[in-house]
Each structure stands twice: as structure tokens, then as C-alpha cells.
Write a protein that binds this ligand. Structure first.
Ligand code: NAD
Ligand code: MG
Length: 328
């Protein structure tokens, strides 16, 4: 495994070039501010009248429609939501400079061939392993969030070096940059968010809560136990893995964990995880997500409503309102 650090970066491969950042949300704002502080000239591309235009202007950036912003840029970072990137690429392609670098923060559109870039372009990935506000805060503190780097198309022979220089500009080489491929980044990212991080964890919480409530316990007590306290455990896992979690919970909690956990999450769960992974690998998930998006998100909106109207949400809102420190 190769880990690139600051000494491996060659910022000179990007020096003097304009960087166009398309999108000014979580990642876009953090990248743009960090790149500017690293000495790059940055121009922001956004739809006229879009929600984040004022934000970018207040931060002192020139904001242009995407097709204008990319003119003259040596590197274009595509940091809009994944589902609008194919249309966005079609809009900007005629104005892309020959041999420019097209950079993504997630491999979805390239990996599933939703964007098929011109052959003269370098196509690279720099995926920070954290949300944008962390990318910004760590940079300001003189540190950096680790990133993944990949190359899908190397037209100039310099694609990897240019991607690494960009990672260096956002602070990524301070945290370390790891080689991957568009396929690996995309498939592992989707798998993680679906089975463990967003999908798996929230389902586990809701089912734990529901089991206690159905058995007659007070919803408020069930909420504290199954939702609120997740953070305590996740912080321990994040800081020191299973070892630190075991170090800080009670002996009884440890015994319960070791003997009962695998009764709930078991081989059946692994089988289901493999099915989810297969849908990701063979493109089924991507195909479904694109057609859901194009149909106007009917199923997505229905499921979201169901989630937000569930009992755990109502109970949680009231309880969180009394915990002032959660509001900061
Ligand atoms: P976001 O939703 O926070 O921001 C999207 C930005 O794009 C906004 O400024 C929005 O106004 C703008 N936008 C929307 N439609 C547009 C269009 N048609 N043309 C131009 N601009 C448009 O997005 P994000 O979470 O920063 O995600 C950006 C990319 O970064 C995605 O590829 C995502 O997968 C990836 N990524 C995100 C995270 C994360 O933690 N959020 C982490 C790693 C990678
Ligand atoms: Mg993800």
C-alpha cells in the first residue's frame, strides 16, 4: 500500500493554472477555500440563481455559469450532486481546454459510464474521507483529511501527479493519500453507506427502539438507549477501534456484546450484504437510482416521509430540545 505525503506532491504541475470548482456545497466550498489559501486561482461555476451562489460570492469568489467558469481552466473539479453531473458535463464539454484535468470526488459517474469524457482529458479522482467542513477545519488547523486518489484516463502522462497536486492543495497529503481505482472507490463507498453507515446503522437503531416500545417500555427511555447513546459508542470506535470501546464500557456490557451481538447481526446479515454488494457491482443499484431520479424521486420521497414521520423522530425531537448542548 502506497501512502503519498506532502513530500511526494509536485505542486509545480498545477502552478499558474486556473482551477474551476463546479458546485459550492459541502465539498466544493472546502476545496475552493483550501486551494485559494494554498495559492491557486479559483473560479466557481454554479447555475445562475442557485442556492449557494451568495455564499461563494460572500467568500470572495468570482462565480460564473459552469460553461463559462471552465473556459481557460487547467483543472475542473466536479463537486455537484452526482445525479446532475452527466448533464453538467454535456454543458461544459465544448468549453474544456485541450488536455485539461477533470476531477471528481466520487467515482460514480465515471465508473458507471454516465459521463464519458473526451479522450484528450485527464480524468482523476480525489475523494476526501470526510465531509467538507472537516476538510476545511483540518486544513485551517494545519492538518488534513486523508484522501483516495485514482486515475481513469491519463491523456497527458501527468494525470496522477496533477491529482496529487490538487490533493496537496486541499490539505490531503498532510493526512496521507492512498491509491485506489474509480471502481474500488465507488463500490466500497456505496456499500459502506448502504449496509453499515447510513442504511445498516439507522435500521438497527429504529428496530431496537421499536422492539422496546412494542414490549411496553417508555419511548423516551427507548430513545436514549437506542439512538442517543450511539454517539458514545461510535466515538470510542472511531478513536480506538474495538479495543477502546471495550476499555470504556462496563464488564456487563462487554459480556453482553461478546455473547449476544452475533445473535442479532449474523450470517444471514452477511448474506444480505453480499446481495447488496452484487447489485452495486453489476450496476443494478446505479441503474435504479438513475431511473428513480429521472422519474422525479417518487419512491425516495415516500420512504423519506415514512422515515421522518416515524415515532422515533417525534420522540427524539422533544428530547433533543431539552439538551442545550446538542444545539451548538
Ligand atoms: P452538495 O449537495 O453539498 O453541494 C452541491 C453543490 O452543487 C451546491 O453548490 C449546489 O448548488 C450545486 N449544484 C447543484 N446542481 C447543480 C448544477 N446543475 N450545476 C452546477 N451546480 C449545481 O454536494 P457534496 O456533498 O459536496 O457532493 C459533491 C461531490 O462530492 C459528490 O460527487 C459527492 O459524492 C462527493 N463527496 C461528498 C462527500 C460529503 O461528505 N458530502 C464526501 C466525499 C465525496
Ligand atoms: Mg458515500
Amino acid at each position: 500500500m502506497k501512502l503519498y505525503v506532502e513530500a511526494d506532491a509536485r505542486p509545480e504541475v498545477l502552478s499558474g493554472e486556473i482551477i474551476a470548482v463546479l458546485g459550492y456545497g459541502s465539498q466544493g466550498r472546502a476545496h475552493a477555500l483550501n486551494l485559494r489559501d494554498s495559492g491557486y486561482e479559483v473560479v466557481i461555476g454554479l447555475r445562475p440563481g442557485g442556492a449557494t451562489t451568495a455564499k461563494a460570492e460572500n467568500d470572495g469568489f468570482a462565480v460564473l455559469p459552469p460553461a463559462e467558469a471552465v473556459k481557460g481552466a487547467g483543472l475542473i473539479a466536479i463537486l455537484t450532486p452526482d445525479m446532475v453531473q452527466a448533464k453538467l458535463y454535456a454543458d461544459i464539454e465544448p468549453n474544456l481546454k485541450e488536455n485539461a484535468t477533470l476531477l471528481f470526488a466520487h467515482g460514480f459517474n465515471i465508473h458507471y459510464n454516465l459521463v464519458e469524457p473526451r479522450k484528450d482529458l485527464d480524468v482523476v479522482l480525489i475523494a476526501p474521507k470526510g465531509p467538507g467542513d472537516l476538510v476545511r477545519r483540518q486544513y485551517e488547523a494545519g492538518r488534513g483529511v486523508p484522501c483516495l486518489v485514482a486515475v481513469a484516463q491519463d491523456a497527458t502522462g501527468n494525470a496522477h501527479a496533477r491529482a496529487l497536486a490538487y490533493a496537496d492543495g486541499i490539505g490531503g497529503t498532510r493526512g496521507g493519500v492512498l491509491d485506489t481505482t474509480f471502481g474500488e472507490e465507488t463500490e466500497t463507498d456505496l456499500f459502506g453507506e448502504q449496509t453499515v453507515l447510513c442504511g445498516g446503522l439507522s435500521e438497527l437503531i429504529v428496530r431496537g427502539f421499536g422492539t422496546l416500545v412494542e414490549a411496553g417500555y417508555q419511548p423516551e427511555v427507548a430513545y436514549f438507549e437506542c439512538m442517543h447513546e450511539v454517539k458514545l459508542i461510535v466515538d470510542l470506535l472511531h478513536e480506538g477501534g474495538l479495543a477502546k470501546m471495550h476499555e470504556f464500557v462496563s464488564e456487563t456490557a462487554k459480556y453482553g456484546d461478546l455473547t449476544q451481538g452475533a445473535r442479532v447481526v449474523d450470517d444471514h446479515t452477511s448474506e444480505r450484504m453480499k446481495e447488496v454488494l452484487k447489485d452495486i457491482q453489476d450496476g443494478t443499484f446505479a441503474k435504479n437510482w438513475v431511473s428513480e431520479y429521472e422519474a422525479g424521486l417518487p419512491e425516495y420521497n415516500r420512504l423519506m416521509r415514512e422515515d421522518l414521520e416515524s415515532q422515533i423522530e417525534t420522540v427524539g425531537k422533544t428530547l433533543r430540545g431539552r439538551m442545550a448542548w446538542l444545539q451548538d
